[in-house]
Design a protein around this ligand. Structure first.
Ligand code: NAP
Length: 256
């Protein structure tokens, strides 16, 4: 795997800490030879990210709050000036208000619904559009989604609706960008203990049920996700686009 992504430039959005899915993916993508650019949301998060990447060569950390069109434009302008091109983009960003994950979906506020859609679904469209002109030699873009997009998991609520929009966006983006040689996919990950996951009330129940029901009889690891990321970012997935790739030990295939 060591040279699989040699000299590829990959932008990773959504590292909060060492437990983040994006960080697990980043470690393997880096081992495969890629040059990494990370984003952080604001000054508060900058320090934590810089500590995490301290000692790594050839890393760039840039700000980007994905709710701001200006921030997205600035991010890709800087990448264009400093690197001249981009080969891969990992979007691992989602947000919902705590109260919208605490109660019933029927009580979701208009504000909460729109905020969750904005950060968790629209941002994928916005960053894909900004990244495409830099992917002059073709490229690979993928996002992270969850089974709550098409099944009800109590407590996942508005995030499930945002993930449904994110998955539909993946297919439309794949169609629009395919003629430029840009592939767009999503990984539907099984449950992983992260800061975001802690916000979902039923998360520990979900984590307990997967090893009992999933064909692989275990929860997935960051390494499992990193392996699939290598596939999607490399030429190994040259014929794959518009796909939702389940990395969940097969849990989604089981009826009972
Ligand atoms: P995480 O470590 O908490 O990462 C979520 C990231 O989203 C954080 O880096 C956060 O930035 C970022 N973010 C939120 N709002 C943002 C904004 N306005 N601008 C820029 N960044 C923003 O949690 P995670 O579980 O790894 O989540 C990564 C992705 O995987 C999400 O899309 C999540 O839905 C998906 N996923 C997770 C699981 C799971 O079980 N954990 C399963 C399936 C899919 P800050 O650090 O600045 O807040």
């Amino acid at each position: 795997m060591q040279n699989l992504l040699q000299n590829r430039i990959v932008l990773i959005m959504g590292v909060r800490n060492k437990w983040s899915i994006a960080w697990g993916i980043a470690e393997q993508v880096r081992e495969a030879g890629a040059k990494l650019i990370f984003t952080y949301q604001g000054d508060r998060e900058r320090e934590a990210l810089e500590k995490l990447v301290a000692g790594m060569d050839d890393i760039r950390c840039l700000p980007c709050d994905v709710t701001s069109d200006e921030a997205i434009t600035t991010l890709f302008d800087v990448i264009s000036m400093e690197y001249g091109r981009l080969d891969g983009l990992v979007h691992a960003i989602a947000y919902a208000k705590t109260e919208d994950l605490a109660g019933s979906f029927v009580d979701t506020s208009r504000d909460g619904f729109l905020l969750s859609m904005n950060v968790s679904a629209y941002s994928f469209v916005a960053v894909a559009r900004a990244a495409a002109p830099l992917m002059t030699g073709g490229g690979s873009i993928f996002t992270l989604t969850y089974l709550g997009s098409n099944r009800v998991l109590p407590g996942y609520n508005v995030m499930g609706v945002a993930k449904a929009a994110l998955e539909a966006s993946t297919r439309y983006l794949a169609y629009d960008l395919g003629s430029k040689g840009i592939r767009v996919n999503a990984i539907s990950a099984g449950p992983v203990k992260t800061m975001s996951a802690k916000g979902v009330k039923s998360f520990s129940d979900i984590l307990d049920v997967v090893p009992q029901k999933a064909p692989l009889r275990r929860n997935i690891t960051l390494k499992d996700l990193g392996n699939s990321a290598l596939f999607l970012l490399s030429d190994l997935s040259s014929g794959t686009t518009g796909e939702i790739l389940y990395v969940d030990g097969g849990f989604n295939t089981v009826g009972i």
